[in-house]
Write a protein that binds this ligand. Sequence first.
Ligand code: ADP
Ligand code: MG
Length: 230
Amino acid sequence: MRHYALEAKNLSFRYNQNSPYILKNIDFKLQKGEIVGIVGLSGSGKSTLIQIMNGVIPKRIPGLLEGSICFNGEDMAEKDLSCLAKEIGTIFQDPDCQILFPCAEDEMAFGPENLCYDPYTIIERINSTTKMLAIEPLRYRNPNSVSGGEKQIIALASVLTLNVGIMIFDESMSFIDERGKGLIKNAILKLKEQGKSILMVEHDLSNLEVADHIFLLKNGTLEAFKGVIE
Ligand SMILES: Nc1ncnc2c1ncn2[C@@H]1O[C@H](COP(=O)(O)OP(=O)(O)O)[C@@H](O)[C@H]1O
Ligand SMILES: [Mg+2]
């Protein structure tokens, strides 16, 4: 049976019993090799939805989650976060949140080292990731001395060395100039070519031009985007 990369069924969420529902009865499917974009105003619940899709909610950030969410046909509730980290990678708004090392190669090695992969596999992953993203010139650079777009690509590379099949982008182009946005969009299209499944959330619709489908998150519900955000 063919499974969706991500599938949410009748998902509702509130942070606690006294808080309002941030998400209400959401059904969502991301097919393998597909790019799906979700657009929504600030505060509409995009980051909340993403943290549910990568398991951080409710595994690290508590909350009242109803409904079910599966990745590759497996129930996310039954997996721990270190297991999910090998399957689902997340890129945030600010690459500084995920970059730790003064050399891009060390950054790329960190994830697989943390999961105790052998050194040969780690080098292999770094080689294939730098080649796929065409970032060999960045390999030994200090992420703090490159452009914002290049820094975000290094953050992306450091997640891809975990060999995840699903990539989630949470407004990852917000702090980046037009050239940098081009680099990221290009990288996202390459990931699709590689068969990766991609979910992007954005408040800026123009950043979603690479998406196969776009949905609107509004008042806690998800609907097909028809051209108007508000
Ligand atoms: N940890 C939290 N605890 C309680 N409320 C939160 C928390 N994080 C976000 N919220 C609230 O959830 C709503 C949606 O926020 P968020 O998911 O960050 O939206 P977006 O990413 O679209 O800007 C907002 O009203 C926000 O204040
Ligand atoms: Mg957000």
